[in-house]
Design a protein around this ligand. Sequence first.
Ligand code: ZN
Length: 293
Amino acid sequence: MLITGNDLLSVANENSFAVPAFNISDWAMMRGIIEISEETDSPLIIAIHPDELAHVGEDFMPAVVQAARRASVPVAIHFDHGTTYEQMLIAVRTGFTSVMLDASMHEYEDNVARTQQAVAVAHPLGLSVEAELGTIGKTDDEAEAGTEDIIYTDPEAAKDFVAKTGVDSLAVAIGTRHGIYPSHLEPELKLDLLKEIKAAVPLPLVLHGGSNNPDDEIAESVKLGVNKINISSDIKVAYHQKMREVLQDGGLREPNTIQPACIEAMKETAAHKIRLFAADGKAALYPRLTDLR
Ligand SMILES: [Zn+2]
């Protein structure tokens, strides 16, 4: 069942769990995350970043839409970290049901104006909009957007931002970083800050870059109002780590003999995240909404 990001996350907000947003950019991983979501009866966000869309090509999207429609669990297809108006239009045209417009690297008023523009185009077309306030750190060159230092989200600014833009969900900076943490940095979430932000803006909050934060902190953040958590590095590391092992056998050649073990390893990591976010079994909470397309 293909639904909007808003329909997906409002149920999560009412029931205090987080939907995993798994970033994928190949078909095997795409199938794997749908399979594990169905096996755990968990709602799912398929996240595709502009770099990932460029890698797979736009012709990939009709198949993703079809797979989402056929899934036994509710699925939103989310455009992760769009940065321009033109990219929003590409997301609309290619079948996404949710977009992120990340203008957090700009000055506050500029972020507001760009986000308003994204909402103005997305809402009438039935797409949900996620924005970001504050900036999430980044840890390595393979990571997505981010700055060296985290700029924490200010609760008062969040309230003003949501009122002015009408966004459906908000990515907050409370101590996560994109990518895999280097050993000299200690990940730590500011859970008190999260409480203040949720009190100021009771809409679904989003965590990016939570790959290396301790499980107990992540579980606590879900109880405190985080309703979407992006997972990219962790599932890709699991997938390719297994692939390195499998390819030790130099005789292997066929994707259908190489990939299945890698998909299984990725699914194991994904299942751990699904349970950590208390998303398992939650597909049952969704009414049979009319499929979007
Ligand atoms: Zn992100």
